[in-house]
Write a protein that binds this ligand. Structure first.
Ligand SMILES: C[S@@+](CC[C@H](N)C(=O)[O-])C[C@H]1O[C@@H](n2cnc3c(N)ncnc32)[C@H](O)[C@@H]1O
Length: 330
């Protein structure tokens, strides 16, 4: 006889609290808990004292962090898990706290998703429309540097010698900076909103000792003259442009590349079948929430758009991180 097993509500209940772990990590960063643990404040009482918190508040937060595996517990002592030390300890070269903080600040707006789905466009402010002055990205694009730096270095190792590069929507300039470090003769044109160039890109170029080889072109990259170059970087740009604007941009990029030049596209890549990769679909929702036409493209779609723009050869480069990088050759 067949026994009917009732569906278990546990998975659904996890969704009810699904946003809480991210907020707990954000709270730990804001309160300086990871830094305090690294300094040796390794019990709940010591952490409460070091971070200026009540034990009544520190206890559930610390046990939540331990339960999530971000703190390791031995008796009543806690220490940082290896990935917490690398990615969440302020001052670490791989620090990702800025990404956590950025997403946490947007949580309230995410509750408007039903409206976005109903109308097929963002319920509130569009972050990359023509009216955007760069304030949205100036506030958080620096935190993407650490996320993309290992992949950018892998790309730099794979590229042939070049004299000129254009970094479109450069943000921190992570992709071109890796190449500029690897190729000391390279000159770079960095394109982004004025505020991003002044408060983020310039700072990183100076920090990496490359500023004298950088030229900055402020404005909307849909209009800015891209000139001629051997390499063009589109680092996480196409997804927010959407299909029509991406096709236009790819054509301009192709026509501006010197013969034999290469376009580097770093992107989330939608899986086939589409539902198989959850993160790229979460990011697609992110695009729905914040951009007019943004979407995550599949590898086939990206190659097809590149071919239409005139690119003739494509290579997918495996890099550290979840998605490969597309090299499109003119
Ligand atoms: C997702 S970030 C990517 C930054 C960097 N390329 C990276 O991979 O880390 C997008 C960047 O493009 C810039 N951007 C977006 N739309 C733009 C536009 N129409 N004109 C100029 N810059 C734009 C933003 O200001 C931001 O710095």
């Amino acid at each position: 006889m067949e026994t009917q097993v009732a569906p278990n509500p546990q998975r659904i209940m996890q969704f009810a609290f699904g946003f809480v772990p991210g907020v707990a990590v954000y709270s730990a960063i804001e309160l300086g808990i990871f830094a305090a643990v690294a300094e040796g404040h390794n019990t709940i009482a010591k952490l409460a004292a070091a971070c200026g918190c009540q034990e009544r508040g520190m206890q559930p937060l610390v046990y939540t962090l331990a339960g999530l595996g971000l703190l390791e517990q031995a008796g009543d002592h806690f220490r940082l898990a290896p990935d917490t030390r690398m990615f969440l300890l302020p001052g670490s070269p791989a620090y990702l706290g800025g990404v956590i903080a950025h997403q946490t600040r947007l949580i309230g707006a995410w509750a408007q998703m039903p409206e976005a789905v109903r109308q097929g466009k963002p319920p509130g402010t569009v972050v990359e429309g023509d009216q955007d002055d760069g304030a949205f990205f100036a506030a958080f694009v620096d935190s993407l540097f650490n996320l993309n730096w290992p992949a950018a270095q892998a790309v730099a190792r794979a590229l042939p010698p070049a004299r000129t590069a254009v970094d479109i929507g450069c943000g921190s300039g992570v992709w071109s900076l890796a190449l500029a470090q690897a190729q000391p003769e390279l000159k770079v044109v960095a394109v982004d909103r004025k505020l991003v160039l002044e408060t983020v890109a310039r700072v990183f170029a100076e920090r990496m000792g490359c500023s004298e080889r950088y030229e900055y072109r402020a404005g909307n990259f849909r209009d800015v003259d891209l000139g001629k170059s051997d390499v063009v970087f589109l680092g996480h740009i196409l997804h927010s442009e959407g299909e029509a604007a991406s096709r236009t941009l790819l054509k301009r990029v192709h026509d501006g590349l010197n013969p034999g030049g290469v376009l580097v596209i770093a992107e989330m890549v939608a899986s086939t079948p589409r539902a198989a990769d959850v993160f790229s679909n979460l990011f697609d929702l992110n695009m729905l929430m914040w951009t007019e036409d943004g979407t995550v493209f599949s590898a086939t779609q990206m190659e097809e758009m590149g071919r239409e723009a005139g690119f003739t050869r494509f290579e997918w480069l495996a890099v550290p991180g979840p998605y490969p990088v597309l090299l499109a050759f003119r």
